[in-house]
Design a protein around this ligand. Structure first.
Ligand code: SF4
Length: 288
């Protein structure tokens, strides 16, 4: 589908009429800090929120509410006649909607898919409301902290993948003639999220989505730094003393699976990222 790019100064009918279909039939992806924000707003534990309202170990919000006229289910957090029940804790995807955000050469770009601005087809009455620039709209949505959290987690994703690179390239696994590891990286890049969740297993899914750093909801930067350090520590504990090539292969697959699962929670192109990491590994001597 065609993508339309916008600048922060682009003026659009971004004021919400609150009568549209933005809380119906969507795929809202979550990072671990957003899961914490939701649980605080809902006044339940992050584990409870994860288990009740999300799929795939916490990376996607469940949409199982009353359907709209098009038959699309409402978000699990949507209350008929009221709207979002966790408005202050809503994630970046909801703050940006109907815009998307992509990082190109370390710069954020705002986009929407298709030729027509979505609100004009779903909520024609927004035409009568005041228009806003993209920048002003995002300011009003208090999207800044959530955008920063997304960017910080992209760094964590690469840090986790770097552990897989070390296990493959710095231990003798790649030079042992191993060809299985990159093949499974590719499989995981194409794998359905429920299968990848299963492959990773409950322990590492919990390390990724429920790090139990509960005191930093207002400071995503510190939360994510602590989470990054926690994941590196757990990798050190789990993989620090392994010796055989079979064990190295297993570890290398597991930790790359964690990085790819996080990429999906960040709304990234998981398949494209897996291919990029495979090419990087091959350029450093790994075989496929
Ligand atoms: S979290 Fe709230 S704003 Fe986002 S889709 Fe669900 S009900 Fe709508």
């Amino acid at each position: 589908m065609q993508t339309t790019k916008l600048s922060a100064k682009s003026i659009l009918p971004l004021t919400c009429s609150r009568s549209g279909s933005c809380c119906f039939g969507k795929a809202v992806m979550l990072n671990p800090w957003e899961l914490l924000c939701f649980s605080k707003e809902k006044k339940i534990t992050t584990r409870e929120f994860r288990d009740l309202y999300t799929d795939f170990g916490g990376i996607r919000l469940i949409f199982n509410g009353k359907p709209d006229k098009k038959g699309q289910n409402a978000c699990s957090q949507y209350v008929d006649g009221f709207g979002c029940s966790v408005h202050l804790g809503r994630p970046l995807a909801c703050r940006l909607y109907p815009l998307g955000r992509q990082i190109q050469f370390n710069k954020a770009e705002y986009i929407y898919e298709g030729k027509t601005f979505p609100c004009l087809t779903d909520c024609a009455e927004v035409l009568d409301l005041p228009k806003l620039s993209v920048g002003k709209y995002l300011e009003g949505q208090k999207a800044g902290a959530f955008e920063n959290a997304q960017d910080e987690y992209l760094v964590v994703m690469q840090n986790i993948a770097d552990i897989a690179f070390e296990l493959l390239l710095d231990t003798g696994l790649a030079t042992s003639g191993d060809t299985k590891t990159l093949a499974i990286w590719r499989t995981m890049g194409n794998e359905l999220p429920e299968i990848l969740t299963e492959r990773i297993g409950a322990v590492w899914i919990d390390y990724l989505m429920l790090p139990e750093i509960t005191d930093e909801v207002k400071n995503p930067k510190i939360f994510i730094q602590k989470h990054n350090n926690f994941l590196l520590l757990k990798a050190q504990e789990a993989f620090g003393s392994i010796q055989t090539t079979d064990e190295l292969h297993e570890a290398c697959v597991l930790i790359m699976g964690v990085a790819l699962h996080l990429s999906r929670g960040l709304g990234a192109d998981t398949k494209g990222i897996a291919e990029h990491w495979i090419e990087t590994a091959k350029s450093h001597g790994a075989l496929e």
